[in-house]
Design a protein around this ligand. Structure first.
Ligand code: NAD
Length: 317
């Protein structure tokens, strides 16, 4: 029998923890956000004000729904208080194994056998941490995408000791908060989503870095070949943020001794990060926000013939 989870605790109120907390509360869950730093909690509260505006605009959320969402949210700097009475705890602390292990060690004595614990880690595997959690059968990964309200997938990935009951319950929770569950049948860094996305981003960066094409031409090509999609790889990188794009390329470039990845990391650093351009969060990435060029109605149209000279100049060797 699957069980409905109504009390949710988020560990870490940063970008993803803040989004999952807000979205779960919007979908009717009682949510506590725990963060080890007062600044983290403060930023999370500010982000929730921002999400309130986005949900009103993009999801047509009513004033009453937003009011109830705020009422269902609370914030705590005390781990014991934050997890007291929780049905499900979702860990969203930084992508650093030492930080996660220390937190799991502190958390374990506070857990009861009924509580489900999930990690939102993007690239670390649940089996790396299962021996640090008190009830490994209740532990797995539940991985959300940045902008949870729009990119509503939740990837579910077990380690060998995760129970079937846990997987059913966590899948049910994902559905209850409006996510499309994506079951992953083997542990894999990057799950399904990032395993698809990272090679696309890598190729896009290589095409830009080696001067083969420009961001708008690249995205236009992708969007015509994938008719109906709302953005291309450069638009996606703006959402992911250039710091993360840099980190992924630098880390895997070093691990795999991949010269092209390291060069792509350098390209992102020099052209964007060093200039304070970080993507959507700073209003400027490959595109300017809130009205990026790729969202304009004529982005995929056949151009006027008067543009031929300008377009051809991009094909001169
Ligand atoms: N940012 C993304 O696009 C994204 C997408 C999917 C998954 N994730 C994953 O989610 C997790 C969090 O990423 P993020 O981008 O939200 O990070 P973030 O840096 O925005 O937030 C991390 C938060 O954790 C807090 N924190 C640090 N140490 C802590 C501790 N010991 N206990 C409690 N709180 C602590 C920080 O104060 C901060 O508020 C990572 O595992 C990451 O891989 C991130």
């Amino acid at each position: 029998m699957s069980k409905s989870f109504n009390k949710v605790t988020l560990l870490g109120g940063g970008v993803l923890g803040g989004q999952i907390a807000w979205h779960s509360a919007f979908r009717g869950k009682q949510v506590v956000v725990y963060d080890a730093f007062a600044e983290g909690l403060e930023k999370c509260k500010q982000a929730h004000q921002t999400y309130s505006g986005i949900y009103a605009k993009d999801l047509n959320a009513s004033e009453e729904e937003l009011k109830l969402t705020f009422e269902r949210l609370s914030y705590s700097g005390d781990l014991k208080d934050a997890v007291h009475g929780a049905d499900i705890i979702i860990e969203c602390v930084p992508e650093n194994p030492d930080i996660k292990i220390k937190l799991y060690d502190d958390l374990s004595p506070l857990l009861s056998p009924q509580v489900i614990l999930a990690t939102n880690s993007s690239s670390l595997l649940p089996s790396q941490f299962s021996e640090h959690v008190k009830y490994p059968e209740n532990y797995c990964a539940l991985h959300f995408a940045n902008l949870v309200w729009a990119l509503n997938i939740a990837e579910i990935m077990a380690h060998k000791g995760t129970s079937k009951e846990t997987l059913v319950n966590i899948t049910r929770f994902a559905i209850e908060i409006g996510m499309v569950p994506i079951p992953v049948q083997k542990e894999r860094n990057g799950y399904v989503c990032n395993s698809l996305l990272i090679p696309i981003i890598h190729t896009a960066l290589t095409l830009l870095n080696t001067g083969v094409t420009t961001p708008d031409v690249l995205d236009r090509t992708y969007m015509i070949m994938n008719r109906g999609t709302s953005m291309g790889p450069c638009g996606i990188m703006d959402i992911v943020g250039f710091k993360t794009v840099y980190d992924i390329n630098q880390y895997w470039g070093e691990v795999n001794q991949d010269e092209q990845m390291l060069s792509n990391a350098d390209y992102v650093k020099k052209n964007f990060i060093d200039k304070g351009i970080l993507g959507l969060q700073t209003g400027q990435g490959f595109y300017s926000y809130p009205d990026p060029m790729y969202a304009s109605p004529d982005f995929l149209e056949v151009p006027d013939v008067s543009k031929a000279k300008e377009i051809a100049s991009l094909a001169v060797l």
